[in-house]
Structures are given as C-alpha cells and as structure tokens.
Design a protein around this ligand. Structure first.
Ligand code: EPU
Length: 304
C-alpha cells in the first residue's frame, strides 16, 4: 500500500497536469461486458510526450502496463489489473483528419467517428467500421473486422511507440497481420493510422452503411457483451457451432449464451468475470467433446 502511494506520487510528478491519473480505478464501466476488478493506476496521458515518459517510467520501475482501448473485446478478471492501465482517450489521440482519399486517425478515435468522417469525405469501403464498438488502436491491435472485411485491408501506414518510448512509422505492407491478430501491436502502442478509402457518391456509402447496420442489429444482441467470444474455427463459424450444440441460453450466474447470436455471452446485469470464464469453459468442453473442435477465445482475457 505504501509502495502504491509512492508510485502514485511519482506518476503525479512525471505527468503534465492535463493527464488523467487515478488509483484503484474500477474497470467495470470501462468495458462493454461490464465485469472485472480495478486497475492499480489508471492514466490517460495528455500527449505523446506524457505517454513516452510513462512508458519509460514503467520500464525503469518494472511496473507492468496495459493499454485499454474502448474495452469492447476485453474480459478483465475480478481481481483487476496490477500496475498501470493506460488509455488514449485524450483529444490529441482521437483526431480524424481527411487527407484526399485517406483519413489520418488517432488511435483513441472511435471507429464510428472514423466511419462518419469517411462518409462526410465521400470515401467508401470504410462503412464496416461503423458497427465495431472499438477504438482505432484496439481495432489495429486485433485486426478487427466485420462484414467480410478487416481493418488492415484499408490501412496505409501506422505510427507507433515502442517499449522505450520511441516513435516509429511503418507501411502496412511491412506489418504482419492475420485473422484477429497483429503481432507488432502486442508490445507496441499504435498512435495513429492512415486509412485508405475509395471516392464514391455519398448516397451509395449511406446505403451500404444502413445495410450493415440492419444486418448487425438483427443478428447481434444489444445487451452488454464483449462481441464475439471465440474466433471462428476453420470448419464452421463459432456462432453456428454453439447454436447447433444447443447452448443458446446456457448460463453461469449472470452470464448467458445469447439467444440472438450464440458466439456472444451477455451480462444480464449481475455477472462476474468468473461467471463468464466458467461459461466459456463449459462451451469449450462441449465443442471439444461433441465435435472435436478446440475453440479459441477472441476476447482478450487479462488481470488477476
Ligand atoms: N449463426 C447461427 N447461429 C447463431 C449465430 C450465427 O447459425 O447463433 C450462423 C449464421 O446464420 C451465419 C454464420 O453462423 O450463417 C456466421 O454468423 P455471422 O454472419 O453472424 O458472422 P460471424 O462469423 O458469427 C463475424 C465476426 C463478427 C462480425 C460479424 C459480421 C468473428 C468471430 N466474428 O461473426 O465480429 O461482427 O462477422 O460481419 O469473426 C467480433 O469480432 O467480436 C465480432 C462480433
């Protein structure tokens, strides 16, 4: 406890007054699943300079850090997260600027804001981002996707910070990505990405966005969730598999396999992370026992 007070004082001295700094910050309301314990320290750096100082401080103090996006693909365990949870929510990380047929997007910007700006600029092919409830940084980290596309399909280049606080830029062609995976961003922090669109009439863009929205609202639950829990295994989409296993409505405490889409676990209001983890195990066991399929979680599971 005394050590925590000392670290907090050092963080306070290190960061500019515009940065947000808190102790024992509850993370429940910072994740869409609404479960999980607190972060020892929570920081929203006000600038790249503050972020860089913070990363160097953590390295020197051997203090672990974890980068929180919009918390939409995240399951925080009930004991919370030790060390620093940092979030690029400050305005300087959330800008979205048109550059001809491209958009320069801060890592903290919401994908919805990116899709709206693309529509305003008359740029197509970015409509699928609107329905993903995440930030640009989180989407890059996960190579998030929807409607048959994924974010790296339209990334031109990425600026990022390394674990010593240094800033680099890399063309997307030099970044290895796979389905729901970007290795570079497992230990580097995305700061900004330039996304490519395709000039098109605004009505066409709007129509496509509406069709995507309709598909999403009719096929995915509105209740609190972390999106799809499992990656789609090769042979069959996870949602169809779990549905065929008859597991819709399966429950542990307040965590329930959604009736709307079987690859979503929804929080009925009282779920703990433990409930969700037990339900994940139950689904995995059924898939393995009945079909010999090893389901792999897509949602990131962190904390103690
Ligand atoms: N299905 C069922 N029962 C269900 C759910 C789905 O039979 O309860 C069937 C559907 O009828 C369809 C197939 O399974 O034939 C695939 O379902 P869907 O079209 O909903 O797509 P998905 O593969 O389950 C993927 C992404 C979603 C993304 C949607 C929409 C993954 C794991 N999921 O879902 O991404 O929103 O496509 O494009 O790749 C996420 O990553 O968190 C996520 C929600």
């Amino acid at each position: 406890m005394t050590a925590d007070i000392q670290v907090f004082a050092e963080l306070e001295a290190l960061l500019s007054p515009e940065s947000v700094l808190r102790r024992d910050e509850p993370l429940t309301r910072r994740t869409t699943l609404r479960v999980g314990g607190p972060a020892d320290f929570y920081v929203e750096p006000a600038s790249e300079a503050d972020l860089s100082s913070l990363i160097r401080f953590c390295a020197a103090q051997r203090l672990p850090w974890f980068l929180l996006g919009r918390g939409s693909n995240l399951l925080v365990r009930d004991g919370g997260i030790r060390g620093v949870v940092l979030c690029l929510a400050a305005p300087c990380f959330s800008r979205v600027e048109p550059l001809g047929d491209r958009l320069r997007c801060g890592a903290g910007a919401r994908l919805k804001a990116v899709a709206l700006e693309a529509r305003r600029a008359g740029l197509a092919n970015l409509e699928f981002l609107e329905g993903i409830p995440g930030s640009v940084g989180g989407a890059l980290r996960m190579n998030a996707g929807a409607m048959g596309s994924s974010i790296f399909a339209c990334v031109d280049r990425v600026r990022f910070m390394d674990s010593t606080g240094g800033v680099h830029e890399r063309a997307a062609s030099e970044i290895r990505v796979a389905y729901r995976e970007c290795c570079l961003l497992k230990d580097h922090i995305a700061l900004e990405a330039v996304l490519r669109g395709v000039p098109a009439p605004r009505e066409a863009i709007e129509q496509r966005a509406q069709a995507f929205n309709q598909k999403r609202w009719s096929s995915q639950p509105a209740a609190p969730s972390a999106g799809c829990i499992f990656k789609n295994p090769g042979p069959i989409p996870a949602g169809r598999l779990i549905d065929e296993l008859g597991l819709k409505g399966a429950r542990v405490g307040g965590a329930v396999v959604s009736d709307v889409h079987a690859n979503f676990i929804v929080n009925e209001g009282t779920a703990t992370a433990q409930d969700v983890l037990r339900l994940i195990d139950l689904v995995k066991q059924h898939a393995k026992a009945s079909r010999g399929i090893e389901l792999e979680t897509e949602v990131q599971i962190v904390g103690e």
